[in-house]
Unconditional design. Structure first.
Length: 402
């Protein structure tokens, strides 16, 4: 197949890429003939992911008139388990939906095609070369020339490499998951369970109810943030957890994946290319993926429509992300890591389990209660500072008298 000149090429046909395309034609229906999405695999293809989409992601999809036409588990809240106890956060029915990526991504892509967006799957982008007025993409089906390129191609992004972003992030995350049968001891299937009781690593284990081929199953996994060189053996840790609930890790297919944290100091946009979704970086604290991909795509879609209308330029993308609620939340989550997984962790756990946490809709519920943690520590640090200042002032007065 010969690929020709294109206005906008979106590399990656996951939630970030498809949401970007859908948002662009929502902003301006005339753009549907100027977009092509390249997906390296052939739909339906699987992606390793726990599959949770929170309230805000659901609402954005509703704004784009996207209906869920795939099986999902409706979730009403979150259960947090720690070494000192547990606490549940109940929000509302259908607050989160757990899907399987093999079904969800394919359904989203089919909808985009129905709306006139060109998606070519089975096309791998090997290299991307930027020129002053255009970009040349070398693909498994030949050369492609584009005016603009949007990199939605995940952690190993070829677009990211082409932009010269070679600096390794200080924070990277790894995960390992298995799909198991449900157990009698499992919690309500309307709850997502996060277990932070093991303080020997920076992360958590999870138990998410899911549906596979019509069967009720549970996706169980471990998520670890690599910072301060604190590497662990994911298989050993997850095996220990599964053993504690009567399961043998060797009886299940193990699925590893890694993601990178958002870095507000990185340049994620130049004159011809921008990074969207995991290729730009996600929230390291929670590891939330699909919802943030959707939010990235929604922001990028309207932004790119403005660029094509000559109301903005791709070089402003980094600033647009940083100033958005998405960017502010991502930056805030990075700052929270040292509180959540550093020395203050026992105090943080006690706070989360015992204090009244604000209940707000969507991703912001996490930010809301973690913000309370920051205010708590700021109060403590301020008190210590005032105390030390008073002692210093008193001592100086004594010295002067002497």
């Amino acid at each position: 197949m010969n690929l020709t000149d294109e206005e906008v090429v979106i590399v990656g046909g996951g939630p970030a890429g498809i949401t970007t395309a859908l948002t662009m034609i929502t902003a301006n229906p005339k753009l549907k003939n100027k977009i092509v999405v390249l997906e390296k695999d052939i739909y339906p293809r699987d992606k390793i992911c726990a599959g949770a989409i929170s309230y805000q992601g659901i609402k954005i999809l509703e704004t784009l008139n996207v209906e869920f036409e795939v099986p999902f588990v409706s979730i009403k809240g979150v259960l947090l388990r720690s070494s000192i106890g547990e606490s549940s956060f109940i929000y509302m029915d259908d607050y989160i939906r757990v899907v399987r990526r093999i079904e969800f991504d394919s359904s989203l892509a089919n909808l985009a095609v129905e709306r006139g967006i060109r998606i070519i799957d089975g096309v791998r982008v090997n290299t991307v070369e930027e020129h002053k007025q255009f970009v040349i993409l070398t693909t498994s089906r030949g050369l492609l020339k584009a005016k603009y390129v949007i990199g939605c191609d995940g952690v190993g992004s070829v677009v990211r490499r082409a932009m010269g972003i070679t600096k390794k992030n200080l924070i990277n995350m790894q995960a390992l998951e298995v799909d198991t049968e449900p157990l009698m001891e499992d919690y309500d299937r309307q709850l997502l369970v996060f277990n932070i009781s093991d303080r020997t690593f920076s992360g958590y284990t999870w138990d998410f109810p899911t549906i596979i081929n019509g069967r009720e199953m549970v996706c169980r996994g471990i998520y670890h943030i690599q910072w301060r060189n604190n590497k662990i053996n994911l298989k050993t840790k997850l095996s220990d957890y599964l053993t504690s609930i009567g399961l043998d890790i060797n009886n299940y297919q193990r699925k590893y994946f890694s993601v990178q944290a958002y870095n507000p100091d990185e340049v994620i946009g130049n004159e011809r290319m921008i990074l969207v979704g995991e290729s730009s970086g996600i929230d390291p604290l929670t590891g939330e993926g699909i919802t943030q991909a959707i939010k990235y795509g929604y922001l990028a879609g309207y932004f790119t429509a403005d660029v094509l209308a000559k109301r903005n330029t791709f070089t402003e993308w980094g600033k647009v992300v940083r100033k958005s609620s998405l960017g502010r939340n991502l930056s805030f989550s990075i700052r929270l890591i040292k509180y959540f997984y550093g020395a203050p962790r026992p105090v943080v756990e006690k706070f989360l389990i015992n204090y009244n946490i604000p209940r707000t809709k969507g991703y912001e519920f996490v930010i809301a209660y973690l913000f309370e943690i920051i205010k708590f520590f700021n109060t403590v640090f301020s008190a210590i500072t005032i105390s030390l200042t008073d002692r210093f002032t008193t001592r100086m007065r004594l010295i002067k008298k002497i």
